[in-house]
Design a protein around this ligand. Structure first.
Ligand code: HAM
Length: 417
């Protein structure tokens, strides 16, 4: 039996890597314009960080974490998302003490044991953005604008921004209580997940996708009707600023998100081209999380982009040429000059390759073609006698004789010209 990739994981093959680089490069170009710098945190953390940070009753913590016992008996977990680990690092290194306007982003793999399907993996990748210490609704709007600017920079066309406010510690508990009461009557007729959530985490009922439950859910009390004045004002200002920036959105009182740390603004960007896993970006405000995890009472706003889903939305860049100069030493005595020239070309920044297997001329030409070589440099017995290379311009189907001592400069000029 050959060993295969673990279910829910996937290889990014060389042909696809260019597309991934493009998405990562776009983040690295765009985010610094908004003041963000990169942070890199470990892929595993103490299990308790996620239990406390994301919420013990969430699906992620209750059902989806890759948790394992360390050899010394401690419990470790592969990160299911980036925010909790970043908050831990911010506290541990007192980053807010030295940078009152802390903005960081991260890129890397996350792990959730979900049921694999199109756009849903057990190891997936996120580009994650977090801003700390900003209470103003301006940063909510800016963060959302950044999320959309990133999609734009990646070339994603059609998508929808969905927006909600989930209130805060002042108004949400009373709302959740109302919801709980309303569900007492309704839950028995709903799906098993809803019945369980009605007890453990009533907000998550709003996330249910089971068709038969939708009418009931639509009739439940709405958080946006129960916001305290401060939350209502914050939400109104976020919307006003999005309007000002010309950013369209759809309000959805059901957008509660799958992580417990959110307060006030929550948002997602969805695309109907993704099928049932339609959310490409999810984010929101999480004031209180830094304090809950042992840090100062600091605000936080951020989002994460699912890279596999993003990759499904961008046109693939197609096969990129891999070679500038393909060297063809056709005579035995041509090998040494070819090896020297190959090294010099690479030192000059050009992509140079040769076929060390010494195949036939025809099959080497085919190889050069496949690699997308722009130039082929040939040296056989005739060329050795003349002290020259035959340099062929593949696009123009032209070739010329270039003396050995000129060939490096010639190819550099041609390739860069
Ligand atoms: P999330 O909504 O759980 O939020 O994930 C964000 C994005 O990651 C999703 O919209 C989706 O594109 C992608 N994603 C999630 N699970 C999977 C999966 N199993 N397979 C493929 N892609 C997936 C968070 O993770 C929050 N930490 C976002 C955040 C940052 N909020 C504030 N700061």
């Amino acid at each position: 039996m050959t060993i295969q990739a673990v279910r829910g994981t996937r290889d990014v093959l060389p042909e696809e890597v260019g597309a991934w680089h493009a998405l990562e490069d776009a983040a690295r170009r765009l985010f610094p314009r908004y003041g963000y710098r990169e942070i890199r945190t470990p892929v595993f953390e103490e299990t308790e960080l996620f239990a406390r940070g994301i919420g013990a009753e969430t699906d992620i913590v209750a059902k989806e974490m890759y948790t394992f016992a360390d050899r010394d008996g401690g419990s470790l977990t592969l990160r299911p998302e980036a925010t909790a680990g970043i908050v831990r690092a911010v506290i541990e290194h007192n980053l807010m003490g030295t940078d009152p306007a802390l903005k960081v982003y991260a890129v890397g793999p996350m792990f959730r044991r979900e049921r694999p399907q199109k756009g849903r993996y057990r190891q997936f990748h996120q580009v994650d953005v977090e801003a700390f210490g900003y209470q103003s609704p301006t940063i909510d709007a800016e963060t959302i604008e950044l999320a959309l600017a990133y999609l734009d920079a990646c070339g994603v066309g059609q998508h929808e921004l969905v927006l909600n406010s989930v209130g805060d510690r002042h108004c949400r508990p009373a709302y959740v209580q109302r919801l709980r009461e309303a569900l007492q009557e309704k839950a028995p007729s709903m799906c098993a997940d809803c019945r369980r959530r009605a007890e453990t985490n009533p907000l998550r009922v709003l996330d249910c996708k089971v068709p038969g439950d939708q009418a009931v859910i639509d009739a439940l009390p709405r958080i946006t009707d129960h916001l305290c004045p401060e939350c209502a004002e914050h939400f109104a200002e976020v919307r006003r600023q999005l309007d000002l920036l010309g950013i369209p959105y759809r309000l959805s009182h059901r957008l509660v998100r799958g992580l417990d740390y959110y307060v006030r603004t929550t948002f997602e960007v969805t695309s109907d081209r993704l099928g049932s896993q339609s959310s490409v970006i999810g984010g929101g405000r999480y004031d209180g999380l830094v304090k809950d995890l042992g840090g100062p009472d600091a605000a936080g706003v951020g989002f994460a982009v699912g890279m596999e889903r993003l990759a499904l939305l961008v046109p693939s860049p197609g096969g990129r040429a891999r070679c500038d100069v393909f060297l063809m030493p056709l005579a035995k005595a041509a090998l040494d000059p070819a090896l020297r020239l190959q090294r010099e070309l690479r030192q000059a920044g050009l992509r140079a390759m040769l076929d060390p297997e010494g195949r036939s001329f025809k099959s080497r030409m085919k190889q050069a073609d496949k690699l997308g070589a722009r130039f082929v440099a040939i040296m056989g017995d005739d060329e050795i006698a003349r002290g020259a290379w035959t340099v062929r311009d593949m696009a123009r189907s032209e070739q010329q004789d270039v003396p050995e001592e000129r060939v490096l400069d010639h190819l550099k000029e041609k390739a860069n010209g």
